[in-house]
Design a protein around this ligand. Structure first.
Ligand code: DGY
Length: 422
């Protein structure tokens, strides 16, 4: 007899995806993030694919309707106005076919498209053929505009998805947000301000948006004028992985993937320029000042996900997991900049754990991968489908009923996950 009072974890996760579905796209969580976010949607597709493959493809196809003429796929698509969010479409002034922001986000869509395809290739072929050229053009936009020595750069902290990580502290200090003017934040009315970026950060976020808008989001002009340009492990490792996945999908479709193979080699070389020998870790590199961030972050550990097995990273991983109960923290707990609840300055994120765990497993670090899957599953079961978690206590933080945490449950930690999902 089933217990009618308590839905299973799978049922709860599916209900979150359906509840956050706005018709063709899924919001990360109602209130705090009321639009379609780029990498959140790719995770949503993974979650949907575990029970509705057709809906998974719709999520990715809707995201790609926002693609700009230059190939860029924006980080937010403002399909319908919502006064509960700042900065909205009027502040960004995106120049694409759908009102949007002017920056991109970690390109994980091709990688999750591959997982959706693997779950049901026959049902997926037509959608895949439609999106393949768009994904290829988006990846090429990164290659054309964002490389520094082969590593992928961000032009705004929001672009890496890791908004207030200490990785950007040096580059942010180089910005004087003069003339930013008055504005009203909305995020701190939805979530405890102690879990969100500070006003110091927000002034610089908005100043950078105003700069991009003034330059009409022209990448050549931004390359000249934007003081914020950081070669980032998140972008470099996710794009390298996404290019590998896109090449595999292209081969399945019988496409010519030789240009993608060339890009993979360039990105492999670029990834090595992120190795900070003094830190003995992959690190962010400020292209303007030439300085290292000096940060062991959860993005540092995406190397395995990108197919790079570095013995130094295994040592770092074992050190970090030995000093915190619920890894992987977004910043090293032994650093004086660690802040257990403040967004990307300490908390553990299910999505990053999933990418790290998938990589560990593929590189043969099976015990570490299984241990991470287990602790992440416990975090979600014991503390809910939160946006992120305190890595020391496990307590939920940020927004609740979160789409990508539900997706991570369904695709990676649930005992019922379908073959091909992870
Ligand atoms: C926010 O509004 O906090 C987002 O992270 C921007 O993408």
């Amino acid at each position: 007899m089933t217990n009618q009072m308590t839905p299973t974890m799978d049922e709860q996760a599916r209900a979150i995806l359906r509840g956050n579905d706005r018709g063709g796209y899924t919001v990360p969580t109602a209130g705090l993030y009321p639009y379609q976010w780029n990498w959140d949607s790719a995770f949503a597709a993974w979650g949907f694919a575990t029970f509705d493959v057709a809906r998974a493809w719709v999520e990715i196809e809707t995201l790609l309707t926002g693609q700009w003429d230059n190939g860029m796929v924006p980080h937010i698509l403002f399909h319908r106005p919502d006064p509960g969010y700042f900065p909205g479409p009027d502040v960004w002034g995106g120049v694409g076919p759908v009102p949007s922001s002017g920056i991109s986000q970690p390109p994980v869509a091709a990688s999750f498209a591959r997982r959706v395809y693997d779950i049901d290739p026959d049902a997926s072929r037509e959608a895949l053929a439609r999106i393949f050229p768009r994904l290829k053009a988006w990846h090429q936009w990164f290659m054309d505009w964002r490389l520094d020595q082969g590593a992928v750069c961000i032009t705004h902290p929001w672009e890496a998805g890791r908004d207030n990580t200490p990785d950007w502290d040096g580059a942010m200090a180089g910005i004087d947000p003069v003339g930013v003017g008055d504005y009203t934040r909305r995020d701190t009315s939805h979530v405890d301000p102690a879990m969100r970026p500070t006003k110091y950060d927000y002034d610089r976020y908005i100043w950078l948006v105003q700069l991009g808008r003034r330059l009409n989001w022209d990448e050549a002009a931004l390359l000249e004028e934007n003081p914020f340009r950081v070669a980032d492990p998140t972008m470099t490792f996710t794009l390298l992985r996404a290019q590998r996945d896109l090449a595999a999908l292209g081969r399945a479709l019988g496409e010519d993937v030789s240009s993608i193979d060339v890009a993979i080699q360039e990105l492999e070389a670029g990834a090595e320029t992120l190795w900070n020998p003094d830190l003995a870790c992959y690190d962010a590199r400020d292209v303007r000042s030439g300085k290292w961030a000096g940060c062991v972050s959860n993005a540092s550990f995406l190397n395995w996900y990108a197919g790079i097995d570095h013995p130094g990273m295994v040592a770092q991983y074992d050190r970090i997991t030995s000093i915190c109960k619920y890894p992987v923290p977004s910043h090293d707990p032994s650093s004086d900049r660690f802040d257990a609840k403040r967004y990307w300055r300490g908390p553990t994120w299910g999505i990053m754990n999933a990418l790290i765990g998938l990589g560990l497993e593929e590189c043969g670090h099976t015990d570490r991968a299984e241990a991470l899957r287990k602790t992440t599953g416990e975090l979600i079961r014991d503390h809910g489908f939160a946006e992120y978690f305190d890595p020391l206590t496990g307590h939920a933080a940020g927004g609740g009923t979160f789409t990508w945490t539900a997706a991570v449950w369904l695709g990676w930690t649930s005992p019922t996950r379908p073959k091909g999902a992870s």
